[in-house]
Design a protein around this ligand. Sequence first.
Ligand SMILES: *Cc1c(COP(=O)(O)O)cnc(C)c1O
Length: 468
Amino acid sequence: MKQSMPDKHLQLKSLPGVDHILALAETDEQFTRMPRSLILESVRRAIDNTRKQILEDKPAIITDEAILKQAARLAGQKMKNRLNPLINATGVVLHTNLGRALLCRDALDNIMAVSSSYSNLELDLATGKRGIRYAAIEELICELTGAQAAMAVNNNAGAVLLALNTLAQGRQVIVSRGELVEIGGSFRIPDVMIKSGCILKEVGTTNRTHPHDYTHAITEETGLLLKVHTSNYKIEGFTTSVSLKELVGIGKSHDIPVMEDLGSGTLIDFRAFGLPSEPPVFEQVASGADVVTFSGDKLLGGPQAGIIVGTKHYMDQIKANPLTRALRIDKMTLAGLEATLKLYRDTLVAVEEIPTLKMLTLSYEQLCSDADVLFSLVTEAVGNQAEIALADMASRPGGGSYPGLTLPTRCLTIRPKTMSVTALDKKLRAFDPAVMGRIEDDWFIIDPRTLQPGQNKILANILKKLID
Ligand SMILES: *Cc1c(COP(=O)(O)O)cnc(C)c1O
């Protein structure tokens, strides 16, 4: 005989009370180390959910154990961090969505040391008087770039805003139409111009801008000539632009400052490592620009920061701008930046120690051997539950550096027999740690370029759990 659904009223009456479940939770190891407020909230929600199920005629388990278990699951979800480390198997070295540059060991150690203790952040130890926050890095940046003065703010968008506002508030800033860039996350030169209080004066065309375009546009109203590095696109074909050197010449003859937003500034010449040239900061400074801005966490491979270098005359004005207080860099960033910059005194050390540089300069031979190791680990892990192969492919530097460039790499490609490739992709993203790869031609692609030491084994274990 089929059992009839128990009376709704009776079911509701049999629901345990909050206090009863809470008392049980106090000694239940599912809730160890959880704050009482969170346990209380989760118990309430679990009971509410069960009540709702009863009212909606859905099957409900009304035992203490079931409600405790539900409460533990709800509380567990809230205990987890939302921001978590993950495995980047995309091969994109500077991936904005995945946190851009990884910090080097020295930076991490210095951040730990400086932020777990009091420090001389704004204290001049020689005089005992108030010191300057940027003192830790100014000399170092000057040494590495040849600039007369330097400072750092929260990020490069902030650096551009601050420099424009200081040098040309209420005045015109002349920019080539070929350089009115938008980079991810809504940073657009015309918009930043408005927010900095400057008036954008576009000259030239998208593909061609000549020196006379600048000189014809210069008036009494002109406050600055701005060059913007087209860091995430390339204009090809019938093109011409005015070099920084030429622009500096024009600025000098009209007594107008020249600034360059370099975006992803690098402190080494990548040509020495077989990569094409991204203009190094020291070359731009040597070209005579009055002010140059660049990011701390793009090709430089340090923490998020915006670095401003330039002549003492203009840098003094920038440092005195009240906006610097709103954009100021914090001590953790400063500690990480100083440690990273110090490594640049020896280029070979920098390339070895700074993860971004190391990943960008990995040789194809090294990547092949990494891919071979990964191949054996994954084959061993998932056996014949998936098709696994190796393929020559391309990695992208990413993050507003090296537009259009791809680097040769060797990837593991995998296609499970137990589920679709998109299903695998979804499961990998839901795993802890999540794995980010990419799908191409119905294969899941793993690029060893961005795997960190030891992650190949972890990845093989995750694949085993998901596929086997
Ligand atoms: C990346 C970039 C910026 C913004 O730098 P953030 O450090 O991300 O704020 C500004 N200008 C250019 C040309 C860039 O490439």
